[in-house]
Design a protein around this ligand. Sequence first.
Ligand SMILES: Nc1nc2c(ncn2[C@@H]2O[C@H](COP(=O)(O)OP(=O)(O)OP(=O)(O)O)[C@@H](O)[C@H]2O)c(=O)[nH]1
Ligand SMILES: [Mg+2]
Length: 331
Amino acid sequence: MSRVGGRRSQADVPSLVERARDGDARAVARLISLVEDESSALREVMAGLAPYTGNAQIVGITGPPGVGKSTSTNALVKELRAVGKRVGVLAVDPSSPFSGGALLGDRVRMQDHALDKDVYIRSMASRGHLGGLAWSTPQALRVLDAAGCDVVLIETVGVGQSEVEVVALADTTVVLLAPGMGDGVQAAKAGILEVADVLAVNKADREGARRAVRDLEYAIAMSDDGRDAAGWTRPVVSTVAVRGEGIDDLVAALDAHRQWLDGSGARAVRRRARAAAEIEAIALDQVRSRIGDVRGAGALPGLADRVVAGELDPYRAADSLLDTALPAEKA
Ligand SMILES: Nc1nc2c(ncn2[C@@H]2O[C@H](COP(=O)(O)OP(=O)(O)OP(=O)(O)O)[C@@H](O)[C@H]2O)c(=O)[nH]1
Ligand SMILES: [Mg+2]
């Protein structure tokens, strides 16, 4: 079997997949790099991984900047390792096209786990590619899942569009808040309650933490009688992530949610939605790239000339472009 050499060498996919499944950290890292580089070997990688996916609990961790997402992720890794779980961490920054300072800081913190072979940590950035993370994050998750991670934590930077993406990916979404960073009512207004399966008031060593918990519990009780549409009551835990306090409660809440997902059938529903989003992201990416191909081949300038000349309206021109880019399969 050929050796996997430098980054540019042709990947020996079956051997990489085999080694990743055995928990070889370098093989896992290499497979995620293939995802990031949009390698032509990806199809083969994903075909090889597919039978071994679907076991990991995917946990999204989101919340406002500075609330303690990275500190909590780090503390969660410690807690999960203590009970023997294999853990993957994906730190995702949808806003920055390059791995920036924030993630660099996280990397330093994560060095607590640098020598633990049952922890995989990886930062991913969007590289300014439209839909890039929507497409690449699920593929990186597949790698970590197939590598035997029991839990994969995805940490996002900031709230907004990113939190929507996390929800689309995660089995369980944890929203972190902190005293003084917005009480329950504001959180509800920001739509944060809707995306949360578990809420944590971090920095509970600060003044106002108890009130924040109460406000959140009240806001949850007011919305849908405390149950989301599928019948889960969202718990509020308080944590002091810097000291590792309350992290056991957070892990207990994650376990409870996992059991509920299995018992209620909600996991299947979420996973189908996630797979659908994943297929769509890949298909859109392909449409985009095929249109790029025909654009280069001159189809687009010709159509543009005809639209300018009034011979063709832009809708029919678009139909024609799609016909060229995506020729219908022969019946
Ligand atoms: N007092 C207190 N400080 C905390 C706690 N948890 C985190 N911090 C501090 O809050 C700051 C931000 O923590 P991070 O974990 O980097 O927060 P983050 O949400 O990952 O930040 P971004 O990734 O920049 O959005 C750091 O200085 C932490 O030490 C806590 O429970 N109590
Ligand atoms: Mg962070």
